[in-house]
Design a protein around this ligand. Structure first.
Ligand SMILES: [Zn+2]
Ligand SMILES: [Zn+2]
Length: 174
């Protein structure tokens, strides 16, 4: 086996220079915490495509997978599904002096596929996940979700809001 426990043994693929191989593998994905909110990948992971190319001095890698994360919309706090298409690349040239040419996910020919997949997922998650691009959010006065409300009916006119009326009363008493 060239893959076990989220680690891929690149040497065991026995690719010669210039050769490439496409592998279909399972990746394990962890929930992502953003502030106090948690975004969970559907199924805790899934199938991924890993392309491994042997270069003259190392490996060129490409990782692709799809994931649907579920977590709260930052505007209305309803559960929102965020679909992410991951397409990440790494180059590893172990003999290179340049840090850029060494992958943090490869050591001694072992690729830490799960760590790479999880990092790529974190990078792809929008900083402000929304249930939909035009989410109307919550009413700042009463906290009701404005996505379901009719904007013509959902209004807090001065005087119609009991708290505003109370304020006016106070002013009159002064
Ligand atoms: Zn929303
Ligand atoms: Zn309201």
């Amino acid at each position: 086996m060239y893959a076990e426990g989220g680690i891929v043994d690149l040497e065991r693929l026995a690719l010669s220079h210039g050769q490439a191989r496409a592998l279909d593998l399972e990746v394990g994905l962890d929930p992502i915490e953003v502030g106090s909110q948690v975004y969970s990948p559907a199924g805790g992971g899934g199938e991924a495509r890993l392309d491994v190319s042997r270069t003259t001095t190392g490996f060129a890698l490409r990782l692709r997978f799809h994931s649907e994360l579920t977590g709260p919309c930052v505007r209305c706090l309803e559960d929102a599904a965020t679909n992410l298409e991951i397409d990440a690349r790494e180059i590893d040239q172990p003999a290179a002096d340049d840090e850029e040419l060494r992958s943090p996910y490869v050591s001694d020919g072992d690729l830490d596929l799960d760590r790479w997949a999880n990092d790529a997922l974190v990078l792809a998650l929008p900083s402000q996940p929304l249930c939909r691009p035009d989410c109307a959010g919550l009413c700042p006065v009463c906290g009701e979700s404005l996505n379901d409300a009719n904007p013509e009916e959902h209004r807090h006119l001065k005087g119609s809001d009991p708290r505003m009326a109370k304020l006016r009363e106070l002013k009159l008493e002064e």
